[in-house]
Design a protein. Structure first.
Length: 116
């Protein structure tokens, strides 16, 4: 099964955004992912949750994919590493919401192949 972020992006973006203090920032996600002693596993929980949520959205609207991840070939740790690399290359944006930055990172790292 292929993970994909399909977005009814228009419906997601049309919702009122969460309050800024309630949203994990890119900086907070990067710090969690770089913390090798993260007992609560915030980083991996975030990564796995993001991909699972996107997969669910993909099933609702398979025509709009933001990124595609094949869980048979890509380990969650590899997905985490791609996000961390992207965050480090885009440090001026770390104040933005982690879910937006991680989605963009995965869009660049795991693009979907056009349908034939």
């Amino acid at each position: 099964m292929l993970f994909g972020w399909s977005c009814g992006w228009s419906s997601v973006l049309a919702q009122e955004p969460p309050k800024e203090e309630d949203v994990l920032s890119g900086q907070e996600l990067l710090e969690a992912c770089e913390n090798t002693h993260d007992e609560n596993q915030l980083c991996m929980t975030f990564v796995v949750g993001l991909v699972a949520t996107v997969d669910g959205m993909q099933e609702q609207n398979p025509g709009e994919k933001l990124f595609c991840i094949d869980p048979q070939r890509v380990a969650p740790e590899d997905v985490r590493d791609k996000i961390v690399q992207w965050l480090k290359r885009n440090q001026p944006r770390l104040h933005e919401a982690a879910y937006i930055l991680a989605s963009e990172a995965l869009n660049k790292s795991y693009p979907c192949q056009p349908s034939a």
